[in-house]
Write a protein that binds this ligand. Structure first.
Ligand SMILES: *Cc1c(COP(=O)(O)O)cnc(C)c1O
Length: 360
């Protein structure tokens, strides 16, 4: 068996230890004679899995008691609709457009009310985070929305926007559990798990209790009402059981490895290796304004499309896979999530140096 260094933006690399444990438990989960895929979501065994997962993410993120944790289907994109349907009481909200995912959420929200663009970095291909210290937020807005880490463009909010007292809703899909967060600064934090936490198909929603209400927009499907999901502890219907199980294992792996502050330290170290090289290279260069650089997604280019393609091809052959940039931006992108070992980044940089020498 040989595992590659997988720089995919998502679905992405998971900790090898977690995969091995899951493999060992595949046929017989802890003596119950079946796999987690095969058991009732109402069973005692599964009840323990989901409760432990919730307790562990609460510990990891230091989630206060007045926030609910929901494990839901539909991925992150489902929340683009769920958020306005549940929160748009005044039918108005502000969106900060820092990339494709924010734009998609913005466009979806327009179907349910007045979505206002508060700021945007579209003018420079989303290569920076706009100044959000004094946004045109009005009193009648129900919330302010951001995509905190922009997976495609490689930017990250280093300071949260000044929301002028409005609730902040954040899509954290690609920076989920990569560093400590102050949950109290948000009304809702949500993330699709396939970027940094687990298998695709599930979104984790962390929501302040007063935002879980009955007076949602008329026509909101039962399944999309946060209240339905919260009242039933994510078990209104069959939840993504196996996904919850794997995420639970990743939470335990994170706790064992020092939690989110240790992750942040390691992620900064990993990103620095790559960014330092990009800053010194004569061939490759980063595409993002330095102060807005993501620790998770690192886009870079040579400036020559043919050379980019040659790089991606040779890197793949050498075992560094999924480095091709998003189809909308081109170039390369290395996603270096929690589970990417530091050796992966060191070896990638070694490979890039060699490529630079050979193609000077
Ligand atoms: C990948 C991604 C999404 C979409 O996630 P799905 O689970 O495929 O819906 C949304 N937002 C961000 C920031 C992402 O990186």
């Amino acid at each position: 068996m040989s595992r590659v260094f997988n720089f995919s933006a998502g679905p992405a690399v998971l900790p090898e230890e977690v995969l091995k444990e899951a493999a060992e438990e595949m046929l017989d989960y802890r003596g119950c004679g079946m796999s987690v895929m095969e058991m009732s979501h109402r069973s005692k065994v599964f009840d323990q899995i989901i409760k432990e997962a919730e307790a562990d993410i609460r510990t990891l993120m230091n989630i206060p008691d007045n926030y609910k944790v929901l494990f839901l289907q539909g991925g992150a994109s489902q929340q683009f609709a769920a958020v306005p349907m549940n929160l748009m009481k005044n039918k108005k909200a502000g969106y900060i457009i820092t990339g494709q995912w924010a734009k998609k959420a913005f466009q979806e929200a327009k179907m349910y009310g007045e979505a206002v663009e508060l700021a945007s970095s579209a003018d420079e291909t989303f290569s920076y985070i706009p100044d959000c210290s004094d946004l045109p937020i009005t009193d009648d807005m129900d919330y302010v929305y951001i995509c905190e880490n922009n997976t495609i463009y490689g930017t990250k909010f280093k300071t949260l926007p000044n929301t002028k007292g409005k609730d902040l809703v954040a899509d954290v899909s690609s920076c989920f559990l990569s560093e400590p967060v102050d949950v109290t600064k948000y009304g809702i934090i949500y993330g699709g798990v396939q970027k940094n936490v687990g298998p695709a198909g599930m979104v984790i929603v962390i929501i302040r209790e007063d935002l879980i209400r009955d007076d949602v927009l008329p026509g909101t499907p039962t399944m999309l009402k946060y209240k339905t999901q919260a009242d039933n502890d994510s078990l209104y219907n069959t939840p993504p059981c196996y996904d919850i199980y794997i995420c639970g294992k990743v939470f335990k792996w994170l706790l064992k490895n020092g939690g989110l502050s240790a992750m942040k330290e390691l992620n900064e170290k990993k990103a620095k290796i790559l960014y330092d090289y990009l800053d010194s290279s004569k061939l490759f260069k980063g595409t993002v304004r330095k102060e807005d650089r993501s620790l998770m997604n690192v886009p870079f280019v040579t400036g020559n499309e043919e050379l980019d393609a040659k790089f991606v091809k040779e890197a793949t052959e050498a075992g560094f896979v999924n480095l091709k940039g998003h189809r909308t931006v081109g170039g390369m992108r290395a996603s270096i999530y929690n589970a990417m070992p530091i050796e992966g980044v060191e070896k990638l940089v070694e490979f890039m140096k060699k490529f630079e020498e050979e193609n000077a």
